[in-house]
Design a binder for this molecule. Structure first.
Ligand code: PLP
Length: 376
């Protein structure tokens, strides 16, 4: 069976974890946590990275930092993971979902302005499949209307837009190190703060609302409750695993990119014949080979292809059920404008196996079976 994904293991993680055990500090912001945060700051070229237990938590922190409250509105694509919306709904916000651009499955910037009201606080840009959104347009609209921009870059570590790293362009960026993502530590995430005004408060929110970080640095002689907050710290054991992955970030990227390009070359003929669509990567972006998907003519064909591949021992996956049509999504938000592509394209989309060290042979086998499906 070719699995749909496998968590990335380079083999160097156990050495780092053993070192963390020897260091005798297992809670958050230890040596491996600090090293990984520094790596992100240096590599992405951002001022401050904060490691969190998940991308979900990083998004929740943005809701607190922006001061989202009851009745505020947040704009985002309906085609995304539940955490993108939940983070703001937890603070009482109403979600204004908009349609995607079918070329990238990212939110269509042309639809943002119609969704803005006097209650709008923020736009959340989700870089689907690690392919960055049109950030220039999004930042421009946000600046004109005085809105925050959050990049849900869960899938987009190492992707760039006009040479800038995804996650470093909006006011906030959120990454995921869940084991389905390119770089992992089982469960983990990072919050990128691109506006220094939020740094001090982020530290307090992360430490249960206390100034414990100042205490650890010797700036105060005891720490006390200062603000609301929660436990948004990544365990040092996870950070050790993560640090080993980040050290090999380029090798992991190259390996995934080789599989992605093989898929592209192997399937572009079928795309040329109009039998399926393959991902479109805009000129000004570089992606990180997070995902390779195909879109069939309709949902019925997608389901048949999925079953055909399963019979050939290939595991594939569909993706997001549009949030605006889910039980919670219709309660806490609504779609503004037309659903031209979200529902229809979600039904046509199939994600092919993609993981670190997948190997050329496995990718070629999947390509061959997709071709066989369309021959039959
Ligand atoms: C994976 C993912 C998340 C959630 O990440 P966790 O680290 O599991 O909390 C959020 N948004 C998007 C777009 C994702 O792909």
């Amino acid at each position: 069976m070719i699995p749909f994904y496998k968590p990335c293991v380079t083999g160097k993680e156990s050495v780092a974890i053993q070192q963390a055990l020897t260091n005798g500090k297992l809670s958050g912001n230890g040596p491996f946590g600090n090293k990984s945060a520094k790596w992100l700051e240096m590599r992405l070229g951002c001022e401050k990275a904060v490691l969190t237990p998940s991308c979900t938590d990083a998004l929740e922190m943005t809701a607190l930092l922006m001061g989202i409250e009851q009745g505020d509105e947040v704009i985002m694509p309906s085609y995304t993971f539940v955490s993108t919306a939940n983070a703001y709904v937890l603070r009482g916000a109403a979600i204004r979902f908009i349609d995607v651009d079918p070329l990238t499955m990212n939110l269509d910037p042309n639809l943002i302005e119609d969704a803005i009201t006097e209650r709008t606080k923020a736009i959340v840009a989700v870089h689907y499949a690690g392919i960055p959104c049109n950030m220039d347009e999004i930042m421009d609209i946000a600046a004109r209307h005085g809105l925050f921009v959050v990049e849900d870059a869960a899938q987009a570590l190492m992707s760039t837009y006009k040479g800038k790293h995804a996650g470093t362009i909006g006011h906030f960026g959120a990454f995921s190190f869940h084991d389905t993502k390119n770089y992992t530590c089982g469960e983990g995430g990072a919050l990128i703060l691109n506006d220094s005004a939020f740094m001090e408060r982020a530290e307090i929110l992360q430490e249960k609302g206390t100034n414990r970080s100042q205490f650890v640095r010797g700036e105060v002689d005891k720490y006390t409750w200062q603000d609301i907050g929660s436990s948004y710290l990544l365990s040092e054991i996870n950070a050790a695993y993560l640090s080993a992955q980040l050290e090999d970030a380029d090798a992991i990227l190259q390996d995934r990119m080789a599989s992605w390009e093989l898929y592209q070359q192997g399937l572009e003929n079928l795309a040329g014949e109009g039998l399926l669509e393959i991902p479109h990567v805009p000129e000004e972006t570089r992606h990180n080979a997070h995902m390779f998907y195909v879109k069939t003519r309709d949902g019925e064909t997608r389901n048949r292809l999925m079953k055909f591949l399963r019979d050939k021992q290939i595991q594939t996956a569909s993706h997001y059920v549009p949030l605006h049509s889910s039980a919670a999504g219709s309660k806490y938000g609504k779609l503004v404008g037309e659903d031209k592509y979200t529902t229809a394209d979600s039904a046509r989309l199939l994600r092919l196996p993609m993981y670190y060290d997948m190997g050329e042979e496995a990718v070629r086998y999947v390509i061959e079976q997709v071709r066989n499906f369309f021959k039959a």
